[in-house]
Design a protein around this ligand. Structure first.
Ligand SMILES: Cc1cc2nc3c(=O)[nH]c(=O)nc-3n(C[C@H](O)[C@H](O)[C@H](O)COP(=O)(O)OP(=O)(O)OC[C@H]3O[C@@H](n4cnc5c(N)ncnc54)[C@H](O)[C@@H]3O)c2cc1C
Length: 317
């Protein structure tokens, strides 16, 4: 089923989460051990992130540097198929511009369609760690809008070889990312929202937000979106803080603020166990308020560890 159909059929806020593909060399069992503890809360769908290649530079005997491309976490398409088959639950693979040319994107979408996966979260993708700005793949897309155009095109039966019209087309329900605290590249929130609106006008069905720790940021964002004519579901993304170091790591990576009350409480913790407990309690309070607001689902970023997300879900679902 499509994500939007799950929202329409639900009579209360649903529990959903995002997983990272395990590190390469791991196996499906590792993944299932991560997902198993969360399945009793009946997620209607599970998101699987996509991680593009990274570059490492090796000193060679001739004195030159060799650039080597390496992928840490392979397999989003295969993992989605495995989860869908094992748990009989829908999956939402993340599809990114980075590292893909249009042909590779089309092939991934053909595989997903064939496997009965009818949802995608369309993203630009993060930049390569060694680069300061996003660099598109030659023959690939620069922005989520361009990738979205390709997915919508395939839904309408348009493939890259325009002489070969497949009248069946694909049938993807399309999610996109939204940033209550603004995307880091955008000059301001209003400019960022113009592009978000464009994504909806082009055919995206719903928005999932970047993580936030202050619900007011989400409420303001939703109000602003509605006033700009963005009327699709806006799914809040939540992450329970799990370590003291995340107080500085998360703002650095995701360009978000940690509210003073939360930061002070985590700082005061003697160890990470205590910090994780504070993170769980904060996420429960955030979730309760968002449920009262009437969000169709709460989307938790598990970031490869299910313990804290399970504790939050136990208190709410
Ligand atoms: C819910 C969620 C899930 C994510 N999952 C992943 C994942 O699995 N893998 C991964 O690598 N990253 C993931 N990310 C991170 C995401 O890829 C980065 O935040 C990336 O920098 C931006 O992606 P986007 O789709 O929002 O980009 P875009 O919508 O393309 O926006 C990027 C920037 O360009 C601007 N912009 C947008 N369209 C245009 C245009 N046509 N012309 C000019 N400017 C434009 C926007 O205002 C913004 O500042 C995720 C983020 C979220 C919120």
């Amino acid at each position: 089923m499509k994500v939007t159909e799950h929202f329409q059929n639900a009579d209360k806020t649903q529990f959903t989460f995002e997983i990272l593909p395990p590190l390469k060399g791991e196996n499906l069992q590792v993944l299932y051990e991560h997902i198993d503890p969360l399945m009793e809360f009946k997620p209607p769908f599970i998101d699987v992130t996509y991680h593009r290649e990274e570059y490492v530079y090796k000193h060679r005997d001739n004195g030159l540097l060799e650039k080597i491309s390496t992928r840490k976490r392979p397999g989003t398409v295969g993992i989605c198929a495995a989860i869908q088959n094992h748990y009989k639950v829908d999956t939402v693979p993340h599809l990114i511009c980075g590292g893909f040319n249009k042909e590779e994107t089309e092939n991934a979408l053909i595989d997903l369609h064939f496997l009965g996966i009818h949802n995608v979260l369309v993203l630009r993708g993060d930049c390569v760690k060694t680069e300061s700005r996003f660099v598109p793949e030659p023959g690939g897309h620069s922005y989520a809008t361009e990738l979205l155009q390709q997915v919508v095109g395939m839904n309408n039966g348009c493939y890259l070889d325009d002489e070969q019209i497949n009248t069946n087309g694909t049938d993807f329900c399309i999610g996109v990312a939204g940033y209550p605290e603004k995307h880091s590249d955008a000059p301001n929130l209003k400019a960022d929202l113009r592009w978000l609106k464009k994504k909806i006008e082009m055919g995206a069905d719903y928005v999932v937000t970047q993580m936030f720790f202050d619900n007011q940021k989400y409420f303001d964002f939703v109000r602003l979106c509605r006033s700009e004519g963005i009327n699709v579901p806006i799914i809040p993304g939540l992450k329970p803080l799990t370590t003291k170091s995340q107080l500085t790591i998360l703002p650095g990576i995701f360009h978000i603020d940690i509210p003073c009350d939360l930061a002070d409480a985590v700082e005061a913790c003697a160890d990470n166990k205590a910090a994780a407990q504070v993170g769980v309690e904060w996420a429960i309070q955030q979730s309760k308020e968002l449920m009262e607001f009437g969000v169709p689902c709460l989307h938790y970023y598990s970031m490869g560890k299910s313990g804290s997300v399970r504790k939050v879900a136990e208190a709410l679902f």
